[in-house]
Design a protein around this ligand. Structure first.
Ligand SMILES: Nc1ncnc2c1ncn2[C@@H]1O[C@H](COP(=O)(O)OP(=O)(O)OP(=O)(O)O)[C@@H](O)[C@H]1O
Ligand SMILES: [Mg+2]
Length: 253
């Protein structure tokens, strides 16, 4: 059984003057330890889909389940990481930021929460700034703290909405490498949103391609790891995905 099952999900925003359909009948499943990427142009509903999986928005049509539970609201089994650098609490240190959800969930004592937080801060290489405050950190460091905070909760799935998009190219690359390194250690499950084809190929083992507004599933690319490890494979895949996204209705890889 899949870990996450998104089935025929239509998501709409109702404003006072209009109804905007963000995604239309989107279906996909994510298995445990997948690095599953949602890829599509701006406005195709990627963030909206992630919000819905996070439990912050209800589908107008379709359903979503995680394990055997239907998603009806936010939960500690799904942790969200955003693009914005201001997602940390500015008045709390790095350590206190990472401990915060652990304490709020009331599953651990303060001592155990601190030990767990320190372990994840070390995993993202930030032990030396454990007592620093967010405004003294670089963008890349802030994103690492957000990742440590999400991972420390050991959720069933990590939801990442373009977490590296606001970073400079070099830092972005380093953060991608670090995420993959962390994944190879613990094989967590991640649902990762991006509009960069290159990033999708680097991060994902499976990539779901969405059409422009409203987002519908165009194709799913599987075996990304296998193809991108072949000689020239990443370049070939990039072209293939580009053609699938922009040239219409070819079949999936
Ligand atoms: N709060 C909102 N109220 C009304 N419409 C919204 C709201 N948020 C998003 N939308 C609309 O829903 C559609 C999908 O938006 P969404 O932010 O999910 O796209 P996206 O794929 O994440 O884009 P980007 O790559 O630019 O982040 C867009 O047409 C957008 O204008
Ligand atoms: Mg978005």
């Amino acid at each position: 059984m899949a870990l996450l099952d998104v089935s025929g999900v239509t998501l709409r925003y109702k404003t006072s003057s209009a109804v905007v359909t963000a995604t239309e009948r989107v279906s996909f499943t994510v298995d445990k330890s997948d690095r599953f990427v949602l890829l599509g142009p701006s406005g195709c509903g990627k963030s909206t889909l992630l919000k819905a999986v996070g439990g912050y928005m209800s589908p107008s049509e379709g359903r979503m389940t995680i394990g055997d539970r239907e998603i009806h609201g936010p939960g500690a089994d799904r942790m969200m990481i955003f693009q914005e650098f201001d997602q940390l609490l500015p008045w709390k240190s790095v350590l206190a930021n990472v401990m915060f959800p652990l304490l709020t969930a009331r599953k651990l004592s303060r001592k155990d929460a601190e030990a767990k937080a320190r372990a994840y801060i070390e995993k993202v290489g930030l032990t030396r700034v454990v007592d620093a405050y967010p405004h003294t950190l670089s963008g890349g460091m802030k994103q690492r703290v957000a990742i440590a905070r999400g991972m420390a909760m050991e959720p069933d799935i990590l939801l990442m909405d373009e977490p590296f998009a606001a970073l400079d190219a070099l830092t972005r690359r380093t953060c991608q490498d670090e995420l993959l390194q962390l994944w190879s250690e613990t094989k967590f499950t991640v649902l990762f949103v991006t509009h960069s084809i290159a990033e999708a190929i680097r991060i994902g083992n499976r990539i779901l391609l969405l059409s422009p507004h409203p987002g519908r599933v165009k194709a799913e690319v599987v075996d990304v790891d296998k193809v991108s490890n072949e000689d020239g494979g990443a370049g070939r895949l990039e072209k293939e995905i580009h053609d699938l996204l922009f040239a219409g209705e070819a079949t999936a890889h």
